[in-house]
Design a protein around this ligand. Structure first.
Ligand SMILES: Nc1ncnc2c1ncn2[C@@H]1O[C@H](COP(=O)(O)OP(=O)(O)OP(=O)(O)O)[C@@H](O)[C@H]1O
Ligand SMILES: [Mg+2]
Length: 239
């Protein structure tokens, strides 16, 4: 079975044999920590290895990711014309110039239907789906509906072999909801700032729930304008 990678050396090294298609990855972190940078690298790696990549832009218009990819030497037009890179605009509520756009941002059913439509157009291909950020789509929705949405959606994505990266901005959703939701994902990447007297560092925690326990490893990373996320130190394994 073919495995997938993030395209981030220090992260892939910690995943032993990569992740399987059909895995669900949650990326949670503070604003400005590097979630979108990570998403860009994940897409770049997907394009490199032949996957079809879908990017759902909720927090910024799709053009921001196009420019971001360009800054990492990925020109998007050719991929978009070939149908290998698909943008879903969930940012502009009114008139979007994108082929796929979400008309009502407070309606999860509509989102689910649009996501399903786009995924159907990619049937038979290896697909990566990135939602940046899913927490934005869930802000106005009540907890019971969110859980039902997560369960139904994740089950379907897994069954269809879709490699999914759902991004969550820290502090947007109820922490209890985040804990329950976390159990649905194969891998949870938590990114956070750590402040000391003299400096601020970026931390990455790679975790998974194993026999009811959250097992994780901690790392320090920086963001380079050329290479993107660079894992610079490993800080060990914990529970
Ligand atoms: N192409 C780039 N080259 C270098 N640095 C970048 C690039 N894009 C973003 N950054 C820097 O990386 C940091 C993280 O940005 P990023 O947009 O990934 O944060 P985020 O976690 O997605 O935040 P938010 O929750 O606000 O969307 C910022 O400090 C930003 O200035
Ligand atoms: Mg972002």
């Amino acid at each position: 079975m073919r495995k997938a990678y993030f395209g981030i050396e220090g992260l892939d090294r910690n995943l032993e044999k990569g992740v399987s298609y059909g895995s669900q990855l949650a990326v949670e972190g503070d604003s400005g920590i590097g979630k979108t940078v990570m998403a860009g690298e994940f897409i770049k790696e997907g394009l490199r290895c032949g996957d079809t990549c879908i990017y759902v832009a909720c927090d910024e218009p799709p053009v921001v990711m196009r420019e971001h990819l360009l800054s990492f030497k990925v020109g998007t037009p050719a991929y978009e014309e070939a149908g290998r890179l698909i943008f879903i605009d969930a940012y502009e509520e009114g008139e979007s110039a994108e082929k796929y756009a979400l008309s009502d941002h407070r309606n999860l059913e509509k989102y689910y239907a649009l996501e399903t439509e786009v995924l159907r157009s990619c049937a038979g291909r290896r697909v990566r789906l990135v939602v940046d950020s899913l927490s934005t789509l869930l802000t106005m929705i009540d907890a019971a509906e969110i859980l039902e949405f997560h369960r139904t959606r994740i089950k379907k994505l897994r069954k269809n072999g879709i490699l999914t990266m759902d991004i969550f901005v820290s502090g947007v959703l109820d922490p209890r909801l985040m804990t329950i939701t976390g159990h649905l994902y194969n891998l949870i990447l938590k990114m956070s700032f750590s402040h000391s007297k003299y400096s601020t560092i970026r931390q990455l925690q790679i975790g998974k729930v194993k026999s009811q326990q959250f097992v994780s490893s901690r790392h320090i990373f920086t963001i380079s304008p050329i290479y993107g996320i660079l894992v610079t130190a490993d800080m060990g394994v914990g529970k």
